[in-house]
Design a protein. Structure first.
Lengths: 418, 424
């Protein structure tokens, strides 16, 4: 149970407070309701590049990190296709420093050319390190545009290519800030060894003077229902053949979301799961196999990915995955299986309460979804899922017409065969 | 009018309190150290075994045993073990480390009684079925093939091997090592290593007398394994110094890893060396990050660390940089180390690092698990909580001159092992 209080400032900033006196620390988490899905198609990777620029100094404070480190604090941030989330942890006695720093960069950035120049380079190196210079690193750069044709989920958070990042201009940075970084587009969570009264005073002092700004109204193109199976093949210098299959699944707030999440657990949670046991242990077709959901706010993906045991044909491997999916469509999962994945979900939620930062991030995210209080009732939605609903989810989802399949094949084996 | 250019008043972190564990002993003599804290009805129990009987010709023995220990016992198949653990929403993990191996259980308290017997079976009656070994070999070899195409993995591996040779700290594992694994060797290792006199238990979470009694009832009896063993002990003198270049013509980034043998946690200089490391590459605002990422934009990240193992300590710097700027990055790293050796750190920067490290220590004591981890650090170094007192005192009081001396004592780049994987 994560207790909290909330209030909203006149400028529209939503503030949630979670008091936890078992720690001497405090967390200040700000979620901005902007992600890669809000980018224009010729300026992809911009939400993430912008996240880097948020650390390049604000209008009144030349350095963001230094004053925070000076009071014993740490910070970081991440960008997803849906959101950009910034967080600070610091000794609770120095909480006001976090308010000072976060409010100034919500007010305005310094927009330094030097910072833009450097962070363009840093993000390009990040692009190389994580996506280009790793075996299988670019899978999502291929799989997204295969699975999505119109919705901006068709590009990855890092962006479509290095070029669009290299071309980012200061005027774009300023426009992006104006459009997305204002109080009514943000949710702030303050947690830890803090008191609601103290947080109210600090929020009024530091955040209330920030102008409301313009409201961003999201109007994203909707993905049409997929009516034809899609396939793509990459042949490159990797050691093993791999297969990726992506199916559309309901949005995060859909009432069936939890059935899909549990279905992915039945397939892939732990060594007792179906894919692990059947395809890796019994049939030995895969050396590595997983099923998971993208958990995105708009219509998401249900993904199955695996690396093939050497000598296994990709067609046989694919057929074996389909056999498991067909089984989910044909028969209800057993009572033991559903109890197992529900127990696991319950455990994971209790363990998540061990971390102050996780609690703060979760509150912000559930508030964005509609109401932070649903964080505490989320488990009930999982417990209410029935085998029939999972079967229904499987039937609605796992069809050849709605599948996007990516073969990621090795040149190394073919060379050896030749 | 609010003056946003002025930082709010701040306080130094003064009070850092550690929760010391309660020591109890199971009926079979295994010591149990418990951090009983937290509101959630859950617990983490770690069974930690010292690694033994190191044989350089069989470097994967302990690793394979650790991986396969939950893959079949005299009474349970691999599938049954997984089914039972997962059914109770528990997490059973095995972790191989260079000095110790851990069998770790996370569970809600309400299921403790049901899951501990599974652990008892694993730790006492594992049989390492031939079929499971075959699958393990096949899949681990494939996983290694993927890792061997990652520059940072190769850099780590070459660096460790140059420093530590064919020991658990540096063994250069090849796919062929997996083919050499024999079921009989695994069974022998299991009998020698997984016995009460080689085991220490660490518990963190909500764990009171009732829970201890459950633990003692299920795990405190006689265990099956009792083969003789020799504890691992290593000396490192003949390290491979100088440059090692592993060329990968298609690399668009190069992985750099450089460093040298240094001191362990027991050494009086260790806390001071940690301050020096923090300054150089131990936090986001460090000199390496400020120069090589934030000023030059050569990398997504660069850092340095001091590591303390049972028989050796070492220091290293690691990064992945654009292949075309690899030499420039190497020069900048050298430059930053020279500055530490030649110039006194300014008061402002030193004050910042002090506060950052104290805040970081405070923040690292978040819950029962982290308190237990802090205890394990000192326990396995043969130290007690006075280590942390001394650490905090050192962070608060170390001088710029001390740091310069430490840099000259420990950061002699001529003695470094410098690995580059990619292109120079």
């Amino acid at each position: 149970m994560v207790d909290f209080n909330r209030f909203t400032l006149a400028n529209g900033l939503r503030v949630l407070v979670h008091e936890d006196d078992t720690t001497p620390m405090a967390v200040l988490n700000i979620l901005y309701d902007v992600g890669a899905r809000d980018e224009e198609q010729d300026k992809t990777g911009f939400a993430h590049l912008f996240e880097h620029l948020m650390f390049g100094g604000s209008v009144n404070i030349p350095s963001y990190d230094e004053p925070l480190q000076r009071v014993g604090g740490e910070n970081n941030a991440f960008t997803s296709n849906d959101i950009t989330n910034y967080y600070i942890t610091l000794p609770a006695v120095n909480l006001e420093t976090a308010f000072w720093l976060e409010s100034d960069r919500m007010l305005s950035l310094a927009f330094s050319e030097k910072s833009l120049e450097t962070q363009r380079n840093v993000v390009c190196e990040e692009f190389k390190q994580r996506y280009l210079n790793q075996p299988y690193g670019d899978v999502w750069l291929k799989l997204r545009p295969l699975a999505y044709k119109t919705h901006p989920y068709r590009w990855a958070t890092i962006g479509q290519d290095l070029k669009q990042i290299e071309d980012a201009k200061m005027e774009d940075v300023k426009a992006f800030f104006k459009k997305h970084y204002n109080p009514q587009n943000a949710i702030m969570v303050v947690g830890g060894n803090v008191k609601i009264e103290e947080v109210k005073v600090l929020a009024e002092k530091w955040f209330a003077p920030i102008p409301t700004g313009e409201k961003y109204v999201r109007n994203l193109p909707k993905e049409a229902v997929q009516t034809e199976g899609r396939k793509d093949t990459v042949i490159t210098d990797v050691p093993l053949n791999a297969i990726y299959m992506a199916f559309k699944m309901p949005a995060r707030i859909d009432s069936e979301y939890q059935a899909f999440d549990l279905m992915s657990d039945v397939l892939s949670q732990g060594q007792s799961s179906r894919l692990y046991h059947s395809l890796l242990k019994e049939q030995q077709l895969f050396s590595d196999i997983h099923a998971y959901i993208s958990s995105s706010i708009d219509e998401g993906l249900f993904v199955i990915e695996g690396k093939l045991v050497e000598g296994v044909s990709v067609e046989n491997a694919e057929a074996a995955i389909w056999a498991e999916l067909d089984k989910l469509k044909a028969e209800e999962v057993t009572d033991v299986e559903i109890t197992k994945v529900k127990n696991k979900s319950e455990s994971i939620m209790v363990f998540a309460e061990m971390s102050l930062l996780d609690k703060a991030m979760n509150l912000a995210y559930y508030e964005l979804l509609g109401d932070a209080a649903t964080l505490n009732t989320e488990i009930d939605k999982y417990l209410a899922v029935t085998p029939a609903r999972i079967q229904q989810a499987a039937k609605a989802t796992f069809t050849k017409e709605q599948c996007s399949t990516l073969y990621y094949l090795t040149t190394q084996l073919t060379t050896q065969d030749a | 009018m609010l003056n946003r250019t002025l930082a709010p008043e701040s306080k130094l972190v003064d009070e850092i309190s550690f929760i010391e564990p309660l020591k109890q002993v199971l009926d079979n003599g295994i010591p149990v150290f418990t951090i009983n804290a937290g509101k959630q009805e859950l617990v983490r129990i770690e069974f930690i075994f010292e690694n033994v009987n190191w044989d350089p010709s069989k470097p994967l023995e302990a690793i394979a045993v650790s991986h396969l220990i939950n893959n079949g016992t005299t009474t349970l198949t691999a599938k049954e073990i997984a089914d039972k653990v997962d059914y109770y929403g528990a997490f059973l993990q095995t972790e191989y480390g260079a000095d110790q191996t851990c069998v770790k259980l996370y569970t809600l308290n309400k299921h403790l009684n049901s899951v501990l017997p599974i652990l008892h079976s694993i730790i006492n009656d594992s049989i390492f079925p031939e079929q499971e070994l075959v699958i393990f070999i096949q899949n681990q070899k494939q996983s290694l093939q993927v890792s061997l195409q990652k520059n940072d993995f190769l850099a780590r591996k070459h660096f460790a091997n140059a420093l530590f040779g064919d020991t658990p700290y540096g063994s250069n594992i090849q796919p062929s090592h997996y083919d050499d694994l024999k079921r009989a060797d695994l069974c022998d290792y299991f009998k020698a290593a997984y016995k009460p006199e080689n085991c220490t238990i660490f518990v963190a979470g909500k764990f009171e007398e009732t829970e201890f009694n459950i633990l003692n009832r299920i795990m405190g009896n006689g265990w099956n394994n009792d083969a003789a063993s020799v504890g691992n002990k290593f000396n490192f003198s003949s390290i491979h110094k100088g440059e090692i270049l592993v060329e990968r013509p298609d690399a668009i980034q190069s992985a750099i890893r450089m460093g040298t043998l240094a001191i362990t946690r027991n050494h009086p200089d260790f806390p001071g060396f940690q301050v020096l490391n923090c300054l150089l590459g131990g936090y986001f605002g460090s000199r390496l990050m400020a120069n090589i990422r934030e000023d030059k934009g050569y990398t997504y990240g660069i850092g340095s660390a001091v590591a303390s193992l049972k028989d050796a300590g070492y220091f290293f710097i690691a990064t992945e940089v654009g292949a075309e700027v690899c030499n420039s990055a190497l020069n900048e790293i050298e430059k930053e180390i020279s500055i530490l050796k030649d110039e006194l750190v300014q008061d402002g920067e030193l004050a910042l690092v002090r506060n950052y490290m104290l805040g970081s220590m405070l923040g690292s004591l978040e819950n029962a698990f982290s308190h237990a981890d802090k205890f394990k650090n000192v326990y396995f170094s043969g130290l007690d909580y006075s280590y942390y007192e001394n650490y905090i005192k050192t962070v608060k009081s170390i001088t710029a001159a001390d740091l310069k001396d430490l840099a000259n004592k420990y950061l002699n780049t001529d003695d470094f092992t410098k690995v580059v994987v990619g292109k120079k």
